[in-house]
Design a protein around this ligand. Structure first.
Ligand SMILES: C[S@@+](CC[C@H](N)C(=O)[O-])C[C@H]1O[C@@H](n2cnc3c(N)ncnc32)[C@H](O)[C@@H]1O
Length: 244
C-alpha cells in the first residue's frame, strides 16, 4: 500500500475533496462533548485535516499515525500541534488521555484478530478509566453483498487547480476475514491528457456489528452507542465505548 507513503500528497489532494472534514469534526465533537472529553488522541490522524478543527476548538489534541509521510504533512500544516509517528498496535502516550478516536475506517487495516487485540490492549492502557473510545468500521453485512466483482469506479477531483482521477476496483478476499482487495490507479491531468501517477493495492477489512461488540467486551469496554452512518463510499457504524 503506497497511499499513505509514496502517494501521501495524492491522498491529501483527493481526500480533502471527498471528505467534508468540518462535518467529520462536528460529528465527533458532538460525541466528545456529550461525554465531556477534551484530552484527545486521534489514531490514524492522516494529513491532519481533523486536527485543524480540534485545535481550533480548544481540545488538547495529539495525532498518531503509522506513516512518516502523513505525519510530516500534518506537521507542515499545523507546526505547533502534536503529531507522533506510531503504530496503534504498540503505541504509548506520555500520559493517559480521556478520549481516543479512530476515523476514516482506519481500523480496517488491522487484518488479523491478533492485530485487533493488540490495538485494543494499547488503547485500553492509554485511556483513563471512564475514557471514551470512538471509531468507525465498514459494515460487512451491508458492504460485502454490494461488491460487484470487477466493477470499475472512477472518482475525479480538482485540488488547487489540478485535476486528479482515481480508477478503482474491489474484489472479495475471504482468506482471513471478510476483507476485500482494493486496486486503485491514480492519474493527474497535464494538458489534455491524464498522466499515470501510480497504481496501488491494499487489503481492507470489514466487520460485522456482533464481531466488534464481542471484541470490545473482551477488552473491557462498555458500548454506549452504535451509530449507523453512510459515508462517501461505505456503509459504516460508529461505535462509542467506555473504558470500565
Ligand atoms: C484512511 S486513512 C484516514 C486518515 C484520516 N483519519 C482521515 O480521515 O483523513 C488511514 C490512516 O491510518 C494510518 N494507519 C494505518 N495503519 C495504522 C496503524 N497500525 N497505526 C496508526 N496509524 C495507522 C495510515 O497511515 C493513514 O494515515
Amino acid at each position: 500500500m503506497k497511499l499513505y507513503s509514496k502517494l501521501s500528497e495524492v491522498y491529501e489532494a483527493m481526500y480533502t475533496t471527498f471528505i467534508n472534514y468540518e462535518e467529520e469534526y462536528k460529528f465527533y465533537n458532538k460525541i466528545l462533548s456529550k461525554y465531556k472529553k477534551v484530552n484527545l488522541l486521534e489514531i490514524g490522524s492522516g494529513t491532519g485535516n481533523l486536527a485543524i478543527y480540534f485545535e481550533k476548538n480548544g481540545y488538547n489534541y495529539c495525532g498518531l499515525d503509522l506513516s512518516k509521510e502523513m505525519v510530516e504533512i500534518s506537521k507542515r500544516k499545523l507546526p505547533s500541534s502534536k503529531f507522533i509517528e506510531g503504530d496503534m498496535k504498540t503505541f504509548a502516550t506520555e500520559s493517559t488521555v480521556d478520549s481516543i478516536i479512530i476515523t476514516g475506517r482506519t481500523i480496517s487495516y488491522l487484518l488479523s484478530n491478533k492485530d485487533l487485540m493488540s490495538a485494543f490492549t494499547r488503547i485500553y492502557k492509554n485511556l483513563e478509566i471512564g475514557g471514551i473510545l470512538s471509531f468507525d468500521f465498514i459494515d460487512a453485512s451491508r458492504f460485502i453483498p454490494r461488491i460487484k466483482e470487477g466493477e470499475e469506479i472512477t472518482h475525479e477531483v480538482v485540488y488547487k487547480g489540478v485535476k486528479y482521477k482515481r480508477k478503482s476496483k474491489w474484489e472479495l478476499n475471504l482468506k482471513e476475514g471478510m476483507d476485500f482487495v482494493w486496486e486503485a490507479g491514480y492519474s493527474k491531468k497535464a494538458g489534455n491528457k491524464y498522466l499515470k501517477i501510480s497504481d496501488d493495492t491494499s487489503i481492507i477489512r470489514t466487520f460485522t456489528k456482533d464481531e466488534i461488540e464481542i471484541f470490545l467486551l473482551i477488552n473491557n469496554f462498555k458500548i454506549k452507542e452504535i451509530i449507523d452512518r453512510e459515508t462517501y463510499a461505505f456503509p459504516t457504524y460508529v461505535v462509542v465505548a467506555e473504558k470500565i
